[in-house]
Ligand binder design. Structure first.
Ligand SMILES: C[S@@+](CC[C@H](N)C(=O)[O-])C[C@H]1O[C@@H](n2cnc3c(N)ncnc32)[C@H](O)[C@@H]1O
Length: 251
């Protein structure tokens, strides 16, 4: 099995069902931040549109890019034809949009997909080039968990339910951390009912994890200005209980 950060079709297909249960903590924060921005907003790694759809319905002038065509296909299905121009397949490291933004966001650990420092810096500088003066860039990452760094995750069932009436879906996650390369090799195994019976597929993806001062140095090396790193989606200060880094930068 080869490590691959292109989202496979079955991951994109079941993304919304799974994360409607597993990921709600960030929704209000990003939606409020988008809707309180006056000018255009860009979401990098827009995926299936977990924020994008609500933001658009709320009246935001929002655009989205993603590297993964499988994820964008799911999003396009939810969008009227008149909004298709708002999303495009692009790499965060080399954005090409013909407008600038007052807010750019990269929610739900999109930045962890960038393994090498050069790639991370390229993205930060590409974001800078697409921000209006005073515009903000906000991204989030998980605070490394020392228990997981030591022991990894061994076949944990993190979703078990139905994706349609009577159709079962289960996800099992494992992770093997490499402390020196700061990569967690995550395996997601999905088992679901389809027409031919039960089907199982596994996806191995590398996820880069970051420490607090590394993030500070990284942003300082880029063209962006670091404003703050919060410890949760209510903008509390970082502390021993923090689970997420919310990194706020400015042009
Ligand atoms: C965890 S998903 C988050 C999707 C959505 N923002 C959300 O919160 O549900 C991360 C997304 O980042 C995209 N992505 C990964 N690397 C990327 C890159 N280099 N450029 C643009 N998008 C990328 C993936 O394809 C995926 O859709």
């Amino acid at each position: 099995m080869e490590a691959n950060s292109e989202y496979p079709e079955y991951i994109a297909r079941f993304y919304d069902v799974i994360y409607a249960h597993l990921r709600t903590v960030d929704h209000e924060y990003f939606l409020r931040t988008i809707l309180s921005t006056r000018g255009p907003v860009l979401e990098i790694g827009v995926g299936t549109g977990r924020f994008f759809i609500d933001a658009l319905h709320g009246g935001a002038d929002i655009y989205g890019v993603d590297l993964s065509e499988t994820m964008l296909q799911q999003l396009r299905k939810k969008l009227g034809q008149e909004h298709h121009h708002r999303i495009s397949q692009q790499d965060a490291r080399s954005l090409h949009l013909d407008k600038k933004f007052d807010l750019i966001i990269a929610p739900f650990r999109m930045f962890s997909h960038l393994i090498e420092t050069d790639d991370q810096l390229q993205m930060l500088n590409s974001v800078f080039d697409h921000l209006n003066p005073g515009g903000r860039f906000i991204f989030d990452l998980y605070v490394p968990d020392l228990g997981i760094l030591l022991n990894g995750i061994n076949e944990q069932v993190d979703f078990e339910g139905e994706y349609a009436p009577g159709k079962k879906l289960k996800r099992i996650v494992s992770a093997k951390p490499d402390l020196i390369r700061q990569i967690s090799s995550v395996t997601m195994t999905l088992t679901w009912d389809d027409e031919a019976g039960e089907r199982t597929e596994s996806w191995l993806l590398p996820m880069r994890f970051f420490f607090r001062y590394e993030l500070e140095h990284l942003v300082h090396r880029s063209k962006l200005t670091l404003k703050h790193i919060y410890g949760d989606y209510e903008e509390h200060e970082l502390g021993p209980e923090s689970k997420d880094f919310i990194v706020v930068c400015e042009r």
